[in-house]
Design a protein around this ligand. Sequence first.
Ligand code: CDP
Ligand code: CDP
Length: 221
Amino acid sequence: EAPVPVIAIDGPSASGKGTVAERVARELGWHYLDSGALYRLVAVAAARAGLSLDDEGRLAETCAAMTIEFRDGKAWLDGIDASEDLRSEATGIAASKVAAYPRVRTVLLTRQRGFRRLPGLVADGRDMGSVVFPEARLKVFLTAALPVRAERRHKQLMEKGMYAKMPDVVEDLRRRDERDATRPVAPLRHYSDALFLDTSGMTADAAVATILGWWRERSEP
Ligand code: CDP
Ligand code: CDP
């Protein structure tokens, strides 16, 4: 029996991973995993329970106990809609703090692998190709220059009615990327077997077409 194929898309914050990965999945008719949403949900669960972000043990327990569901375009945490809390920059920052804890990452490992189902999975995050799905058939490191990423995130936040100042968005992204890249476990980096794609001057559609082209090259006999 052939293993379920995986395409891994990793990269820094607001590079377009989610947008591009979801469209690639749709084009192929595959499942999609937004692994960042799982880390964000741990942060939301911690906030709901009033937990300190310094308490690795309690955070890992909360993470193991939480029920999550992606349904009707929404994220449900323990049966309550968490979609709005999920996308704020405050949640992104808290997620990157809880994501530095090895015990939290271990608990999420099994959950992430559970998304791998036929006919295939497109997964985006920081360590999809390096840790979670090392056997992925195609690995992409998707990035863009910091000012471009800040522009994209700022636009996204404004469209959701979340007011943010441009200099704050730049600073949040920079600090979060630095924390993600320097942590000892599963750091964000361009690992050697990932194809590099800089989308600074590229539309999301062009990035999707590039990745689909790479996939076709690989999957042809
Ligand atoms: O998942 P990640 O944080 O990497 O990025 P995202 O949430 O997909 O956000 C990227 C934003 O930039 C979205 O609003 C996209 O429409 C836009 N965008 C893109 O994803 N890729 C491009 N090449 C150009 C714009
Ligand atoms: O959308 P954006 O790129 O801003 O963030 P995200 O992908 O939703 O991830 C939020 C945070 O979760 C990141 O800053 C990482 O610290 C963490 N994360 C991770 O450690 N490993 C992953 N595979 C995905 C996210």
